[in-house]
Design a protein around this ligand. Sequence first.
Ligand code: ADP
Length: 381
Amino acid sequence: MTDVTQEQILEALKSVKDPSCNEDIVSLGMIQGLQLKEGHVGFAIEVDPERGPSLEPLRKEAEQAVHALPGILTVTAVLTAQKAAGGDDHSGHNHDHGHDHGHSHGQPAAEQPLLPDVKSIVAVASGKGGVGKSTTSVNLALGFASQGLKVGLLDADIYGPSIPRMLGVAGTDPESADGKMLEPIKSCGIKCMSIGFLVEEDSPMIWRGPMVMSALEQLMRDVNWGELDILVVDMPPGTGDAQLTMAQRVPLTGAVIVSTPQDIALLDARKGLNMFRKTEVPVLGIIENMSYFSCPHCGERTEIFSHGGAKKTAAQLGADFLGEIPLDMAIREKADAGDPIVASVPDGDHAKAYKAIAAKVWEKVETLTESAGPGLKIVVD
Ligand code: ADP
């Protein structure tokens, strides 16, 4: 474990200068989506797409600057190109990528239908890492499948793709019959695809230029998802510009926010909520994870963190409270062993809790897709 803070990381990054103007990359606002988790650091450096390839040395220098801090285990920096060249506008008016329309902004390939046979797409998001977002995504996806739905799970967590491991399929190479379309991996009755299948989980990702965004698009466009009732997207944690852009790039039906009770107090979930509201993606509700501790020996319930924060916050913010999941050894062990609890103990209390949340989410999704008319039109600019 390291005591290094986000501020110290940014301070270290200030030593890295953009060669084109000799100003540091932090002051220039180029650092996005900084994540720090148990000594592992990830962030994106936003650059003009045309400069992408020439900035590889800068990317490396940034990684090294952070790596030099005490206790840092790995550093993953990726170059992203999401701003309009020369622009720094995040106010939204050049981000007009709605999920039900498809205007071209002078870009080629407007009006390309993505995922034509996918009826709905739901993002699972969190204000920060480590709150159990991926665990929740997997178990929710299995909860949908237990209702008889056709389910896909897209792991878009570019900072730490953990879905292959949680579904017990890490190290599997997706096959491609025609050399173009990838076949999703099937596990526990759901189809899944992850950035982690394309990149080793513990090897640093080196995606240059605009590759991060196009990787996500590729995972939607070049994967043979086939007919799905619902595609669950495990989003990267955080509420920064990288996440915002991603939320705009995926034609979402709605989003659910996962939070722990203590993060609710820190307002992380609120930020998540605001992010989706900014993008006009309906927020389907908040799930409180690690809500209370359930003792594996006696079953006693202990409310370690002032339990119930999510319910209160949800009410205050006009979002729905979808349910709570306890902090329980079995959930962690099953997730980390690649045998998620909804699949391995389908009649247990935890599976029931996930399934009840899945049922609530599905009800909302159905209402939303019905009101959007038959065949939700999914278009990406
Ligand atoms: P995130 O995707 O938000 O970074 P993960 O889903 O990877 O978080 O969870 C982080 C760790 O916490 C994992 O080891 C996971 O097994 C564990 N975990 C998640 N939810 C629970 C829970 N309800 N009870 C116990 N452990 C949990």
